[in-house]
Design a protein around this ligand. Structure first.
Ligand code: SF4
Length: 459
């Protein structure tokens, strides 16, 4: 029997959360690097280059890879010969998460479910524990972003649907997710067990550190023929990894769960016995330099913005405003708008808090379609452009075109890179919304893609 005090567990969780948020594990980085060198589609290759550049900057500055520093999932494998001493295990874990997110200026993204009030410490973490043999505790921390989590799915298939039915379900889930889950994605699949076991296994599959089986390889190849590609721009890199965990199930059932993770697949682990041993593999992060020279556009040059065509790449300089879900709701309710909507640009983003010396913390786009219900009202008031990630509803694309506005996409999950483009930041409204407050930003050469340009320019 070994005694492990919860202070050691707290220390390990804090270290693992920080490491996961700021440095990709070696395996994920190598998969992304291979994808970059093998990608034939030039736009997707450029996006993969941005992802690698971002990993370099985040690691160098010890700042988050993505502004969504995620919901913390903690997997515990507790040896049955361990006696845990100190405070309660749950409060030790939640405390460690709160301290890590506060001390490191990470974004706190956890809300109460119905009232949507921020918990202000990114807790509670979700904890999955199992009792195993031995005198040690293995802790794995996974930081799971909301964009990819929203596209994950569970289903109860009929047993007769078999492996082909499972593959179809996986392909459909990835197609529906498209660019919303920030591809290239990592896919975890739980097959069998029951509803909740398949879901937990799909999460565990995301962090499995082993070679792919033949079946996993076949699934991955099929997914990579979907031509979704990095950020949905096409090409052969829709997913970089796929793992399956199977469990026996009832004769009447075939539960299947699919956890989608974005390219910012952030996780790390440690083993606690007499000491804490971290499983961090050191590696060199190459500095990738993009050679492309996109068109430079000023936010004051309304005529040029209006003329931008779908597919163009630009570097945007000037004033833009952040607003995401909660801010949009208030923006529409408020008679007195906190900024002039006419000829403005809204960036669907909620940054990390600024660390000392920073203008702003890492910042990147959130999934645009969540703002679709609010968008037309703002377009009617003269909004000239929206910036986000992922597809929009057809009626909202048409509304942009009808009102002479455009929709721009920023690469999801490259928040340290995009944060460097922000030269000035001013909080202008709804401070109580925390990361969802409205900020006025001055950006310089922010790399963007025109996802929906001016219809007349395309004809
Ligand atoms: S990379 Fe995309 S899906 Fe992942 S956490 Fe960041 S914004 Fe969310």
């Amino acid at each position: 029997m070994i005694e492990i005090n919860t202070s050691k567990i707290e220390e390990a969780i804090k270290t693992l959360c920080k490491k996961s948020a700021t440095c990709l594990d070696k395996n994920t980085f190598m998969l992304l690097q291979n994808a970059y060198y093998n990608e034939q589609n030039t736009t997707s290759k450029e996006i993969l280059g941005q992802i690698l550049q971002n990993a370099y900057i985040a690691n160098k500055n010890q700042r988050p890879i993505c502004q969504d520093t995620g919901q913390v999932i903690v997997f515990l494998e507790i040896g049955q010969d361990v006696h845990i001493t100190g405070k309660s295990l749950n409060s030790a874990i939640q405390n460690a998460v709160g301290e890590c997110y506060t001390e490191n200026y990470f974004r706190k993204s956890i809300n109460t479910c119905i009232e949507r009030e921020n918990t202000h410490n990114n807790a509670p973490a979700i904890i999955h524990s199992e009792i195993v043999d031995g005198e040690q505790i293995k802790i794995t921390v996974c930081l799971k972003g909301g964009g990819s989590e929203n596209m994950s799915k569970s289903a109860m298939l009929y047993p007769a649907q078999g492996i082909d039915g499972i593959l179809n379900f996986v392909l459909n889930t990835v197609k529906v997710a498209s660019s919303k889950s920030c591809p290239p994605i990592v896919i975890g699949i739980g097959i069998g067990g029951n509803l909740e076991q398949s879901a937990i296994n799909s999460k565990k599959a995301l962090i499995l550190d082993r070679k792919r089986t033949k079946k996993e390889e076949e699934f991955l190849q099929k997914i990579n023929t979907l031509n979704i590609g990095a950020s949905g721009k096409g090409g052969n890199t829709t997913a970089i990894d796929l793992k399956i965990i199977e469990a026996p199930c009832h004769i009447a059932s075939l539960p299947v769960s699919i956890s989608l993770n974005c390219h910012a697949s952030r996780h790390s682990s440690a083993i606690i016995g007499q000491q804490i041993c971290y499983n961090f593999e050191k590696y060199e992060i190459d500095k990738i330099t993009c050679t492309d020279s996109p068109k430079e556009i000023s936010t004051e040059d309304i005529e040029s913005i209006k003329k931008l065509k779908t597919g163009e790449k630009i570097l945007l300089t000037g004033k833009i405003y952040t607003a995401r879900d909660a801010a949009h709701k208030r923006l529409l309710e408020d008679k007195q708008k906190p900024f002039e909507i006419k000829n403005s640009i809204i960036f669907y983003a909620g940054p990390c808090p600024a660390a000392p010396g920073e203008v702003i913390g890492p910042i990147g786009p959130t999934t645009s379609t969540r703002m679709d219900d609010y968008t037309e009202e703002l377009l009617k008031k003269g909004l000239i452009a929206t910036i986000g990630k992922g597809e929009r509803r057809d009626d909202i694309i048409k509304a942009h075109q009808k009102h002479g506005a455009i929709y721009l996409c920023a690469t999801g999950g490259v928040a340290s890179l995009l944060g460097q483009c922000v030269k000035n930041c001013k909080l202008i409204a709804y401070e109580d919304l925390g990361p969802e407050a409205i900020y006025e930003l001055y950006v310089e050469k922010m790399p963007l893609f025109v996802a929906c340009g001016n219809i007349n320019e395309e004809n």
